[in-house]
Ligand binder design. Structure first.
Ligand SMILES: *[C@@H]1O[C@H](CO)[C@@H](O)[C@H](O)[C@H]1NC(C)=O
Ligand SMILES: *[C@@H]1O[C@H](CO)[C@@H](O)[C@H](O)[C@H]1NC(C)=O
Ligand SMILES: *[C@@H]1O[C@H](CO)[C@@H](O)[C@H](O)[C@H]1NC(C)=O
Ligand SMILES: *[C@@H]1O[C@H](CO)[C@@H](O)[C@H](O)[C@H]1NC(C)=O
Ligand SMILES: [Ca+2]
Length: 249
């Protein structure tokens, strides 16, 4: 089937900063769904925090029914849940199972689904269901620019310099940053000297933090950059330094 035909059956239902979710209205088994998402988008969705949950609430709109998410039980070795997006570790304290799930109700149920009430269940991976893919909404610009020029570039050509509000965002940005040609990449993080405050240019409050230790004191004309390699810690850098940078689309 041609891609244009798939488009007809595809609902793009929300644009957030770093991800765009797609509800695919075509029944497939879990493995086929994963393959489809990886070919046409980035992967099956990871659903790990309340921000994502709230965005997914719109699945329950209209007639849309339950859908596969990127959750599966690894069967070889230790039996343990995993996310299809392999960089994200499954965290037992961030689950949202429906009452009595997971339960292997019909024998072995190794794949995860999200119901209309946003609760999770396990189902047999052979079952055919609609599913949820996501697209990364990040782009690495491999040009060396000052922080301010990077900001204007992103706002002119895309959406904004990237904002990171949680660990999942951090991981997505790391994935892009590793391909940079400079040892740091600019993010949309800036120091307001007059207010003695770090802020995201998107107006998000700086809640999640990933600063390296022993960073210099806050000073005027400083902005936040992420290390391209290693632990991808955040560093305070002079605005006039020139780095690659990451825009949100
Ligand atoms: C759900 O969709 C409606 C209409 O498309 C939109 O106005 C609303 O902001 C969305 N909800 C969330 C939580 O994003
Ligand atoms: C798991 O989630 C909890 C609650 O959000 C968080 O406090 C904890 O740091 C997470 N653990 C890991 C290993 O990420
Ligand atoms: C999914 O479908 C494919 C193609 O029909 C098949 O090869 C595969 O075994 C199925 N996978 C599961 C887990 O059922
Ligand atoms: C940016 O700077 C890096 C490191 O100095 C250099 O390797 C790279 O070629 C530069 N890129 C451009 C497009 O000038
Ligand atoms: Ca079940």
């Amino acid at each position: 089937m041609k891609y244009s035909l798939f488009i007809l059956f595809m609902f793009t239902f929300m644009v957030s900063q770093l991800y765009e979710f797609h509800y695919i209205n075509e029944a497939k088994n879990w493995t086929e769904a994963q393959q489809y998402c990886r070919e046409k988008h980035t992967d099956l969705v990871t659903v790990t925090n309340m921000k994502d949950m709230k965005r997914l609430i719109n699945i329950s709109a209209g007639y849309q029914s339950e859908a596969w998410i990127g959750l599966y039980y690894q069967t070889d070795g230790t039996r343990k849940w995993h996310w299809s997006q392999s960089e994200v570790k499954f965290n037992e304290s961030e689950t949202n199972w429906n009452t009595n799930e997971p339960n292997d109700a019909t024998g072995v149920q190794n794949c995860g689904i999200i119901w209309k009430n946003l609760k999770w269940g396990d189902l047999s991976c052979n079952d055919h269901r609609y599913f949820l893919c996501y697209d990364d909404e990040l782009i690495l610009i491999k040009e060396n620019k000052t922080w301010e020029d990077a900001l204007y570039y992103c706002r002119d050509h895309h959406h904004d310099l990237v904002t990171i509000t949680n660990m999942e965002d951090q991981i997505s940005v790391q994935q892009e940053a590793q391909f940079a040609s400079t040892d740091h990449v600019w993010m949309g993080l800036h120091y307001a000297w007059s207010l003695d405050l770090w802020f995201w240019v998107s107006d998000e409050v700086v809640r999640y933090k990933n600063w390296a230790s022993n960073e210099p004191m806050d000073d005027c004309d400083m902005s936040g950059a992420m290390e391209t390699g290693g632990k991808h810690k955040w560093r305070k850098k002079r605005d006039s330094e020139k780095f690659n940078f990451i825009c949100s689309k």
